[in-house]
Design a protein around this ligand. Structure first.
Ligand SMILES: [Zn+2]
Length: 454
């Protein structure tokens, strides 16, 4: 049984100043529970296997989205997608692998009508809520010696070992270890190799749009793009850090996700540094997580710490540029968070207006009970701080719903203005959800109405 801090009975918190002392003592942020089954799953992540998948992928010479026009053969995106599909199928009968295809009319970088296919493998959970793990398997390269791209031709050699073969084989390997783990996850896991990223996030956009149109619940999108190179173009080597990019604002759910990833990586991948970056992506660059963000879904991008720009989008993006041990550690960071979230209860529902002042000077914190939660982790931080600083575990059994079917606690003499608060749900195995924060949605700026002159 995973260990976790003893929940504090809610009743204790509401009354005295003495209790506040206890609560604060109990509240410096502690490490999350470690589930030995997750640790075992992560130990299965194999650098050798990822190398094998990647050798096959780069063997197709290019995986340009337009190369679908060449049809099946030895090279191009068609044999690549067939390979990914068959590999997914070979991992486990539990994985429901299929192509996710769209007819695309010519638009911008897409110069002719094509069929574009993502390759997805679904590992059904006990609940329909989904967690995505993704990378893009398409590639693009400039012609050697030419500065720009010629979107009318797709026969340039573009091995795309790191961009984004690395994210693709990471996705494939996580599909394997999750499907073979024997763990029954609560969330449904979707492992997806996306296409058309280089032409403008097309495969991800069409998939996310479709999911939103069908009200599909997606808790999180873990996107991996350019994630296997440990030697920067400037010679700086870093094989112990991975960057996690998340969209603004400071308390977006995508940023809660980034905080969660760092928290979960700590005990499961010790020594590996998760570096959260408080921006959507690198300057002037994009990735498929943004396509999901645009439809309101939570998602982040994982990228290596040190990039080599001279290899990207060239025929020099070769397998020698991928450090498979580093890639495996990055896969374990992502896998630790995916597995924890997939075993946790749903993220609590709440509204910013459910944070009140109690009798005038307290923090009265209310939320909707989360199905299956046995405890809640109430967190807070200075309103000028990047990550959660304090926490208190509250036993769900001690919580009485109010007339609005909400539960909660009161922290006496705690200012609701001086701190940001949030709540995560914790399941019987100690697995915790993302934190849902008490923040108002960003202001929508509207033009000031014109008034008549006087
Ligand atoms: Zn890429």
């Amino acid at each position: 049984m995973p260990r976790r801090p003893r929940p504090v009975a809610a009743a204790l918190l509401v009354s005295s100043a003495l209790t506040l002392g206890c609560a604060l003592q109990a509240s410096a942020q502690t490490a999350p529970s470690v589930d030995p089954r997750i640790a075992e799953l992560l130990a299965e992540v194999s650098p050798e296997r990822m190398r094998e998948y990647l050798e096959v992928l780069v063997g197709f010479e290019q995986r340009h989205t337009m190369s679908v026009l060449d049809g099946p053969g030895e090279t191009g995106i068609v044999p690549a997608r067939e390979y990914i599909l068959e590999t997914f199928r070979g991992f486990s009968p539990l994985l429901q692998a299929e192509l996710d295809c769209y007819d695309i009319r010519p638009v911008q970088r897409i110069r002719q009508e094509i069929e574009l296919c993502n390759v997805m493998a679904v590992l059904p959970g006990t609940s329909p809520r989904r967690i995505y793990v993704s990378g893009h398997y398409d590639t693009v390269a400039r012609r050697p010696g030419e500065p720009g791209f010629d979107w009318d031709r797709w026969d340039n050699p573009s091995p795309g070992a790191n961009d984004d073969g690395s994210g693709t084989v990471l996705t494939m390997e996580l599909a394997r270890v999750f499907a073979q783990s024997g763990i029954q996850f609560d969330a449904t896991l979707v492992f997806i190799a996306l296409a058309g990223e280089e032409e403008g996030l097309i495969g991800a956009t069409l998939h996310a749009q479709n999911a939103a149109a069908h009200s599909v619940v997606i808790d999180a999108v873990f996107n991996h793009d350019i994630i296997g190179n440990s030697t920067g173009g400037n010679g700086i080597v870093d094989s112990r850090t991975v960057r996690v990019f998340s969209e603004d604002p400071m308390d977006s759910m995508s940023r809660q996700m980034a905080r969660y990833i760092r928290r979960m990586a700590g005990p499961y991948v010790p020594g590996h540094v998760v570096k959260p970056i408080a921006r959507e992506d690198r300057f002037g660059r994009g990735g498929d997580h943004t396509a999901f963000n645009r439809f309101g879904y939570t998602g982040v991008r994982f990228s290596e710490a040190r990039e080599n720009y001279s290899m990207q989008h060239t025929d020099n993006d070769v397998i020698e540029g991928v450090d498979f041990e580093y890639l495996a550690r990055n896969a374990r960071v992502s896998g630790a968070a995916v597995a924890s979230l997939a075993l946790a209860p749903p993220i609590p529902e709440l509204s910013a207006s459910w944070l009140g002042r109690g009798d005038g000077y307290d923090a009265d914190i209310r939320w909707r009970p989360s199905p299956g939660a046995t405890a809640y982790r109430v967190v807070w931080r200075e309103a000028w701080g990047p990550d959660w600083e304090h926490e208190i575990y509250v036993d769900a059994a001690g919580l009485e719903p109010d007339r609005g079917a909400r539960v909660g606690i009161t922290l006496p003499d705690m200012s609701i203005d001086g701190y940001i608060y949030g709540v995560a749900a914790v399941g019987p195995g100690g697995h915790e959800s993302f934190v849902r924060p008490y923040v108002r949605p960003p202001r929508v700026v509207r033009p000031v109405p014109e008034r008549g002159g006087n």
